[in-house]
Design a protein around this ligand. Sequence first.
Ligand SMILES: NC(=O)c1ccc[n+]([C@@H]2O[C@H](COP(=O)([O-])OP(=O)(O)OC[C@H]3O[C@@H](n4cnc5c(N)ncnc54)[C@H](OP(=O)(O)O)[C@@H]3O)[C@@H](O)[C@H]2O)c1
Length: 288
Amino acid sequence: MKNGILRDKVAVITGGSRGLGLAIAQTYAGAGAKVVIASRTSRTVDQAVDSLRANGYQVEGFVCDVSDMQQIEALAQHAIQTFGKIDIWVNNAGLSAPYGPTVHIPSMDFLKVINTNIIGTYNGSAVAMRYFLTQNRGKLINLLGRGDNGSIALQNAYSSSKVWVRNFTKTLAAEYKHSGVDIFGFNPGLVRTDMLSNVSAVKGYEKRMNPLRYVAMLWGNEADVPAGKALWLASSATDGKSGLMVTVLTMQMMISRLIGLPFRKLLNRSTELLDLNVVSVESAVTGD
Ligand SMILES: NC(=O)c1ccc[n+]([C@@H]2O[C@H](COP(=O)([O-])OP(=O)(O)OC[C@H]3O[C@@H](n4cnc5c(N)ncnc54)[C@H](OP(=O)(O)O)[C@@H]3O)[C@@H](O)[C@H]2O)c1
């Protein structure tokens, strides 16, 4: 156990069934927290709970869609009924849309990103904050992502949603500055998860995804790296630091990875290209 720095804490992690959310669940539980993980698919929630419990961790699963406020309220109630309270809430569930120009993307795919990344973060933040404010403490961590500080062509749904999450989180932190609740934005950098390697693209745009193989090889991390940073954010080390926007992939890390590449090859360290799976989707623009 990592010094038990989250001993007696209860954490809720949306999108905790796989990828980064599961790594955060593992890291928090390893640091002594009781953890509730949630996602839409009961099979993967059960698998994740079983794998965490096999390590002796106190973990509960809950099937819910973050875009539905009632389901998020039920998730919070389930955590409180099971473990007595909530100390940490991580709005980690996230989706991306097919790669391509905005109106070429089927509207359903675009809206799914809005509903999960924006509405889901609003729902989770509102429910967590209403609870945290009654106890004058708590840690709310909202996941940022690529483009959260600007615009990314051909990834409008995702990048615009993360711009919204960043602004929403900063505003929340400003409004509740003296509440005792700490509110953080967290950009985990490039993480080798399904989101990175199982992607979709509008027909004709598939090849444009190829550079991702190299980018992920250079700058990607396994999920336990950002999960370690998320542990720090949830710990007492950040008490009173509400409003922090933390980024794992700093310019310094990017440069040192680039310079270190030949040495990594020499030392036979992982220099494998990302195994990228691109699914084609039909353009929503007729006649394309
Ligand atoms: N991977 C990266 O390089 C990267 C980079 C920057 C930021 N991020 C951010 O980090 C977070 C986690 O990403 P990841 O890479 O771990 O993604 P991932 O591997 O695709 O996992 C996403 C998780 O979210 C759940 N989920 C998706 N939509 C949901 C919904 N509507 N309601 C409830 N759960 C939902 C998924 O389970 P179900 O499908 O079963 O619901 C899964 O557990 C996201 O917010 C992402 O934007 C990732």
